[in-house]
Design a protein around this ligand. Sequence first.
Ligand SMILES: *Cc1c(COP(=O)(O)O)cnc(C)c1O
Length: 405
Amino acid sequence: MPRVERPIYLDHNATTPCDASVVAAMLPFFRDEFGNAASRTHAYGWAAEAAVERAREQVARLVGADARELIFTSGATEANNLALFGAARAARADSGGRRDHVVSCRTEHRAVLDPCAALEREGFRVTLLGVERDGRLAPDALREALDARTALVSVMHANNEIGVIQPIAALAALAHEAGAAFHCDAAQSAGALELDAARLGADLYSLSAHKLYGPKGVGALVVRRGPKRVRLEPVLHGGGHERGLRSGTLPVPLCVGFGAAAELARASRAGDADRHTRLRDRLLARLTSELPDLVVNGHPSERLPGNLNVSFLGVEGEALLAALPELALSSGSACTSAKREPSHVLRALGADPARALSALRFGIGRGNDEAQIDEAAARIVEQVRRLRAMSPVWDDLRRGHAARS
Ligand SMILES: *Cc1c(COP(=O)(O)O)cnc(C)c1O
């Protein structure tokens, strides 16, 4: 059988491979060390608990937090749900109903937007702020939205589609001035950027292991302590695990893997950032030198090191992906049922549907090298040229240029 080459993986914003050392760290906890971390009466339980507590310290250290501030969850989706429902409901209850307003942003992940919609159905008032054309949320926009009823503000650190980094410290300070709590979805940034929970200033941070070379199915919510610790109402009720905030037997092997991945990220984050930025810039330089009419979506520099989001005007992103089986990446559209919807993130930047539907997202990660980037760029240039040559839209676009010049 001839060896079939696997596609070049350029979708690290969707998920990252689990590092081999992380898999090795987890294995004993699938086999001999199978105890329940909540079992207090025997050595199996003690070993599991010790492993979980070590992992808790490792993950906390990655974001400059204290281990006691970390609640393990099944991922960032659950952490976001716990933060939004937990903090909004508690604030409304504790204020006798006076704080019933939640503020977030149109470019957030679905795991924030959908809980916001659910809170609205519970009677909360929800404000979703727009962004600048570069994807950044202007602090003034938040300032105008805040009032004495605002219970919670939720803004992500780095965007999963366009990589744009939000000015969290300034936004959190404004929320606090208004007496509101601040949640930050840091699923994309924790493994890629220096993240100091205290300096950044949010009260709550969501993390996900599989975005930083750890296993799928585990994440965390950081609940910062201090004079104004945010009270949360639990979403999952049961055995009272995780300080009563997240009941359910902990997945010990996954927690251990998360800890090992966090340790690895802490050591390699700065070096990775340099390397991924260089690869990203190389990819963009190759594409722009060969192809006219590209639009980079999102801020040119205030973005994740490995992220690039480009609209290839005149070409449908889905058609381009279909023509590139040797590359694993994703388009600027979300496939909800059979219909292709332009990405809500790209629409929030003011991109028309054609520009939004012509976008590809590149997520560069640890496994990529220069040869892969060059190969990917060459394939894309070839296919964009071919598709544009057949595209009536592209003809119109070109004629528009000619008429204007
Ligand atoms: C991946 C991601 C999530 C969801 O995380 P899971 O751990 O897969 O549930 C949430 N927010 C952002 C920004 C993400 O990138």
